[in-house]
Design a protein around this ligand. Structure first.
Ligand code: OGA
Ligand code: MN
Length: 289
C-alpha cells in the first residue's frame, strides 16, 4: 500500500516527510513496510489526526519490533499513569495534576530539552520512537529534529577520517549531570553504567552513513575526557545548525515517528503551568549499533 508522503520542508527533500490520508489504527503489514521504506529516506514522518487509544498506540508500534520500557518506571517512587511500554512525556501526574519543579518528572522534561537520541545508553538502543500528542500547550513545546546523516555527509574528509572507528560512551548519568542532577535509585544506577556506541554508523537498510550522538554521549574511548567532550560538543554544534534542523509545531492528534539511529531531537520550552500530554512508544533495535 503506497503512502502519500511530501517533504515537510521542500528545501530538505530527504528529511521529514508529511504523510496524508491514513488512519494508522487500521495499519496492516503492508503499511508497516511502506512506513519503513519512507523512514529510510526521511528519518522522520509526521502523521496527523491519529486518535489512538493507549492500547492502539502500543499495538501499532509493536508491529515494528519489541517495545522498550519507560526508564522512569525503574524508580521505586514512580506511580505510572499507564502501561510501562508507553513513556509518559507529559507534565502531569497520576492524579492529573501538573508536576512541580521538585518532582523528578520535571527533571526528565528538562533533560528532553537537550539534543538526544532516545535510549542511546542501552546496549540495544531504540530504533524508532513514536510520539502521540494528546494535549498541547497554547505556545511553545515544539520538538526539533536534527538530521545526523546530512550532518555526517557535510563533514570535511579530514574529520571523516578522524572519526573512523571512534567509540563514544553513553550513559543517562552523563546527560543528567549536564543539568546538575545525580539523585538516582540503585536500580537506575545499574542501568546507567556507560555503554559503548560507534560515533559513526552505517544504516543497515539505506546504507547511508550517519553520526550517532546526543546528550547521553559523555566520553570518547581512547581520548582524555576534555578532548572527547570537546569533539562531541563540536559535532553536536555542527549537526544542529539550522540547515540540518526541522522544527515541529504540534497539534492534537499529531503522531511523529523518528529514527533514533540517525537523528537527534529536543523539546522546546513551554509554559509548565499548562498541560502538555504526549505519550511515546519506543521500538528496541534488533541489532547493536
Ligand atoms: C521524547 C522527547 C521531546 C518533546 O519523547 O523522546 O524527547 O518535545 N520529546 O516532548
Ligand atoms: Mn526523547
Amino acid at each position: 500500500m503506497p503512502l502519500h508522503v511530501n517533504p515537510a520542508d521542500p528545501s530538505r527533500p530527504d528529511f521529514v516527510g508529511d504523510v496524508a490520508d491514513i488512519d494508522l489504527r487500521n495499519a496492516d503489514d503492508s503499511v508497516r513496510r511502506a512506513i519503513e521504506m519512507a523512514m529510510d529516506r526521511f528519518a522522520v514522518l509526521i502523521f496527523h489526526g491519529q486518535l489512538f487509544t493507549d492500547d492502539e498506540q502500543i499495538e501499532f508500534s509493536s508491529r515494528f519490533g519489541s517495545l522498550g520500557i519507560s526508564t522512569i518506571s525503574l524508580h521505586p517512587d514512580h506511580r505510572q499513569r499507564f502501561d510501562s511500554r508507553l513513556t509518559d512525556v507529559s507534565n502531569i501526574d497520576i492524579d492529573n495534576k501538573i508536576v512541580p519543579p521538585t518532582d523528578r518528572r520535571w527533571n526528565g522534561s528538562m533533560a528532553n530539552r537537550l539534543w538526544h537520541a532516545d535510549a542511546s545508553f542501552k546496549t540495544l538502543p531504540a530504533s524508532y520512537s513514536m510520539l502521540s500528542a494528546r494535549v498541547v500547550p497554547s505556545w511553545g513545546g515544539e520538538t526539533e529534529f536534527s538530521d545526523l546523516r546530512a550532518a555526517y555527509d557535510a563533514l570535511s574528509p579530514r574529520m571523516k577520517t578522524k572519526l573512523e572507528g571512534l567509540v563514544a560512551l553513553h550513559s543517562m548519568a552523563f546527560s543528567r549531570a549536564k543539568l546538575g542532577f545525580s539523585d538516582f535509585s540503585p536500580n537506575e544506577t545499574k542501568t546507567h553504567a556507560p555503554v559503548p556506541q560507534p560515533l559513526v554508523r552505517t544504516l543497515p537498510r539505506s546504507g547511508r552513513k550517519t553520526l550517532y550522538l546526543g546528550s547521553h554521549a559523555g566520553e570518547i574511548v581512547g581520548m582524555t575526557v576534555p578532548e572527547g567532550r570537546m569533539l562531541l560538543h563540536d559535532l553536536t554544534e555542527q549537526a544542529t545548525q539550522r540547515e540540518f534542523v526541522y522544527r515541529h509545531t504540534w497539534k492534537v492528534g499529531d503522531f511523529v515517528i523518528w529514527d533514533n539511529r540517525c537523528t537527534m531531537h529536543r523539546g522546546r520550552e513551554f509554559d509548565m503551568s499548562e498541560v502538555r500530554d504526549m505519550r511515546r512508544t519506543t521500538v528496541n533495535d534488533s541489532v547493536p549499533a
